[in-house]
Design a protein around this ligand. Structure first.
Ligand code: MN
Length: 282
């Protein structure tokens, strides 16, 4: 039996985005062809944007979202200043993860439970989606393993981060990993290290930088992460946040009920999520 094409699978309405990514470049090409002549598509294959509700592009990743801490020098500087430390620029990438249960999509609410945290904060990050399986991927080949790019908000409970003296617990709570609004295929992102990246809270600009400022590039992050560790289609990497985090502001600013976070990355789009204080109702 011939391998089903992406078009077959889409027609049958049984293809997750991870399945599609796993099918590889031929699937992308078949969709590209379909889109050059949308009239060839069945009537129900195109849904108007205003008649649809987007979930996260991969709503329930097969494994934790890989993340990188301290990957912008100005963010390290503001962290040092806010905590009266003098740490160095890292020599190697500092990885941690966020669990699949933390993932939400565009416009979904971010939970603030004051029984759990009183120091909720945001972090806009370029998200990398792996397209091709690989281990020990050298930096020179790393971008060949990328499917595309998205936006990830690495929402963080700063008090838990400090209390547990590790990055997992404070960054792993339910709804604390907004991803979206979609994945832009790498063919539309010629250089991932040349993208304006910003975050506003209620319209007030808090983070405003460029991915050119990353200490470790996307390619280098994939190189180190994949050493002895298999990366698979649909795996995601949040590549670190620039300066402007709320906890490092003077005075410190933490997220509260009703705050709207708008993350923007050039060439990708914007990802908006609202904070909902559930502690009064739960
Ligand atoms: Mn982060």
């Amino acid at each position: 039996m011939p391998e089903p094409t992406a078009a077959d699978a889409i027609d049958a309405g049984r293809l997750t985005l991870t399945d599609f990514i796993t099918l590889g470049p031929a699937a992308v090409e078949s969709v590209r062809k379909l889109l050059t002549d949308p009239s060839s598509l069945p009537g129900d294959a195109i849904i108007a944007a205003d008649a649809s509700h987007l979930l996260a592009p991969i709503p329930r990743p097969a494994k934790n979202v890989f993340c990188v801490g301290r990957n912008y020098a100005e963010h390290i500087a503001e962290d040092n200043q806010s905590r009266d430390l003098s740490t160095e620029i890292p020599k190697y990438p500092q990885y941690f993860t966020k669990p699949p249960t933390s993932v939400i999509g565009p416009d979904a609410d971010v939970r603030l439970d004051e029984q759990v945290t009183r120091r909720l904060d945001y972090e806009v990050e370029l998200g990398v989606v792996i397209g091709a399986l690989g281990r020990d991927i050298p930096a020179e080949q790393a971008l060949d393993h990328v499917f595309g790019y998205t936006i990830i908000n690495d929402v963080t409970a700063r008090d838990l981060q400090r209390r547990h003296d590790q990055w997992f617990k404070g960054k792993a709570l339910d709804t604390h990993c907004p991803i979206g609004p979609w994945i832009v295929h790498k063919s539309a992102v010629p250089d991932p290290q040349r993208l304006a990246i910003s975050l506003a809270v209620n319209g007030e600009m808090r983070q405003n930088a460029n991915t050119a400022e990353m200490i470790f590039s996307v390619a280098v992050l994939i190189d180190w992460l994949s050493r002895g560790l298999t990366l698979e289609p649909g795996d995601m990497i949040a590549t670190g946040t620039p300066s402007g985090a709320g906890y490092a502001m003077d005075p410190r600013q933490f997220l509260k009920d009703g705050d709207v976070m708008t993350c923007r990355i050039e060439g990708i789009g914007s990802l908006e999520n609202t904070v909902r204080d559930v502690s009064r109702t739960s």
